[in-house]
Design a protein around this ligand. Sequence first.
Ligand code: ZN
Length: 164
Amino acid sequence: MDGCQANSVNGGTDGGAKEPLNGSMEPSRVPPSARLSARFSSQARDATKPELSLRRELHRHGLRFRVQYLIPGLPRRRADLAFTRQKVAVFVDGCFWHACPLHCVVPKANREWWLWKFSTNSSRDADTNIKLAELGWTVVRIWEHEPLEHAVCKVTEALRDYGS
Ligand SMILES: [Zn+2]
């Protein structure tokens, strides 16, 4: 098994959308096809497969945690998994929405809007990391493409740092 580095507070938001637009004005766009918006809205709402696999594997290790946890003091930001006693928040970031530098392909249609969207998402992720750290949380970000063992390793390392 390769590395088990305790590099937990690395937002993983560098790279990604290569042409971030300045300002927060939402560019106009033609509406996406119904099929496309259905796909994206269900992805945004449901736990992803990598997230479910991680939850299952952590359970197998005897770990208990909250899911979709609303962080106190941080309105409207949910951690995918939260170890509330140790204050470790885990996010499983989708390669598309979070603009993974390896896998995110900007759709051709509404390109400008997507670049704005990815840039907005990345800024929000970075902001969430900072605010959580200020509240005393350790943030673990995992790409959906990361091998399961690697993801488990990152979480257990973060928990170990807190002497759980
Ligand atoms: Zn990826």
